[in-house]
Design a binder for this molecule. Structure first.
Ligand SMILES: *Cc1c(COP(=O)(O)O)cnc(C)c1O
Ligand code: SF4
Length: 456
């Protein structure tokens, strides 16, 4: 093994990366103890929503005594409620009747298409152009930040049941945002000196080999890309495969790359996706966190608030405290997005705000860096700041944390209080307004971008 990095590592043994997908669902030994009906439900749902889980998750993260209510089981295994009843019944019947494969496939494809696999204008509005040509593996929604989806990073070590990126995993080539063009990424960034942040995302970019990751990131150290100061890597590998940074063959090469970027003056922020404290409570995860931080990279954390997984203030308190104690920085609490099995996970905005507030009240200041609850919606990231009464009208107070137009950011605005609302499009302007302040500007922006794409 590569010995460039000397660390006083507690004895963590390598383990083989053993993964189960839909076809091997019935080969997972721990499932044998579960009722037959529950296992059939999982078979049905996994036809539609992609499933992939590994041995580490099964053996170290899930408390099988608490299944099906265990949060990590809910996070990784398909549940009946994730499909609408009519969808579930349709697939279940086809399976029970042993319907021909192409008939099942057609039904599954139709159901998937109904699940809004690409929310928030991702397909067109955010597409950057280079020399008038669209660049498919990228999104440029906010002035200072470019999102890049490396083509080798379009899978995950395991899949989350709430994943809104599942369209990328199911072999639907047209929908796949991918690009193996590190060069076009660098060329685009060189032309856009307003971009200070590159956010590498996926899937999970940390499924890539170190040499691929290097291909994308090394070039950022060139003088013509000096304006790209901050490199973020969004990843759930600390949950699903912390061995990536500890015992994997190229673990030290990854850490070495981070170290080089830091030495070159870049801020490397590892954006760790954690939904539940149970994901971070293993020796190998602690060791991975320690190693990443030892390179000079920061770890910031973010997660959606999800029914069945983490809709409980106590959980967030414990999770944020554990993160801060390990040197991680809480960054975002998100609202579950309008895609996939949303109806199963969604929590009313007012409840999300209650959970956020209740959690914030119980944590030290170092944990209070987490913003939210925030909706990553079409016009931008909108935070629910609270509920207030203005001239006798009960309202939500909202603000843009991020906006397609920087002018929108930090302006408080108001929506009618609504106990059921779970997303921005359910909200109506309050205090006699007939639209939200950003709507006219946003409509103009959309028209302009569509015209540009049409020309390209
Ligand atoms: C969240 C997000 C970013 C990053 O936003 P920050 O506020 O800088 O963390 C960038 N692009 C898109 C599309 C996002 O959703
Ligand atoms: S870690 Fe992210 S990309 Fe991977 S399955 Fe979960 S939500 Fe999807």
């Amino acid at each position: 093994m590569n010995q460039r990095v000397t660390l006083n590592t507690p004895a963590i043994e390598a383990r083989p990366f053993k993964v189960y997908t839909q076809r091997q669902l019935d080969k997972i030994p721990q499932l044998e103890q579960l009722p037959e009906a529950l296992r059939f439900d999982m078979q049905v749902v996994s036809q539609v929503l992609p499933f992939r889980v590994n041995d580490y998750v099964i053996e170290e993260l899930i408390d099988w005594n608490r299944v099906p209510n265990d949060p990590i089981f809910q996070l990784t295994f398909p549940q009946r409620g994730m499909l609408k009843p009519e969808h579930f019944d349709e697939v279940a019947e086809l399976m029970q009747q042993d319907a021909p494969a192409d008939q099942l496939k057609a039904a599954v494809e139709r159901i998937r298409a109904e699940l809004n696999p690409h929310p928030a204008g991702q397909m067109d509005l955010n597409l950057p152009l280079l020399n008038g040509e669209p660049l498919p593996g990228m999104q440029h929604k906010y002035q200072e930040t470019v999102l890049f989806f490396p083509s080798q990073g379009q899978v995950c070590h395991s899949y989350c049941t709430f994943c809104f990126r599942w369209a990328q995993f199911v072999g639907d080539k047209d929908l796949r945002f991918s690009s193996n063009e590190a060069e076009s990424l660098h060329a685009y960034l060189a032309e856009h000196t307003e971009v200070t942040d590159l956010l590498l995302t996926g899937g999970d970019p940390m499924v890539m080999k170190a040499k691929h990751l290097r291909l994308y990131l090394e070039g950022l150290m060139k003088p013509e890309l000096a304006h790209v100061q901050n490199i973020r890597i969004g990843s759930k590998s600390l949950t699903f495969w912390p061995y990536r940074f500890v015992t994997d063959e190229d673990a030290n090469d990854i850490l070495q790359l981070f170290r080089e970027l830091v030495a070159a003056g870049k801020h490397v922020a590892f954006m760790a996706h954690f939904n539940h404290w149970q994901e971070m409570d293993t020796p190998v995860c602690r060791e991975a966190v320690r190693r990443i931080r030892a390179t000079g990279a920061e770890i910031r954390t973010q997660a959606p608030l999800l029914q069945h997984i983490n809709d409980d203030a106590k959980q967030w308190v414990k999770m944020w405290k554990m993160q801060v104690q390990q040197g991680m920085i809480p960054y975002y609490m998100f609202v579950e997005r309008d895609t996939g099995a949303r109806h199963y996970f969604e929590v009313p905005l007012v409840r999300a705000w209650d959970i956020y507030r209740e959690a914030m009240q119980q944590v030290p200041g170092l944990c209070r860096t987490a913003r939210g609850p925030s909706m990553s919606a079409d016009p931008g990231k909108v935070e629910i700041q609270g509920v207030a009464e203005i001239n006798g009208e009960k309202v939500f107070v909202l603000r843009f944390i991020q906006g397609r137009n920087p002018d929108w950011v930090q302006q408080p605005f108001f929506a009618k209080y609504d106990e059921q609302a779970t997303w921005l499009n359910h909200l109506e302007p309050a205090l006699g307004a007939d639209q939200f302040f950003y709507e006219a500007g946003f409509a103009a922006m959309k028209a302009e971008k569509q015209a540009l794409i049409f020309k390209a």
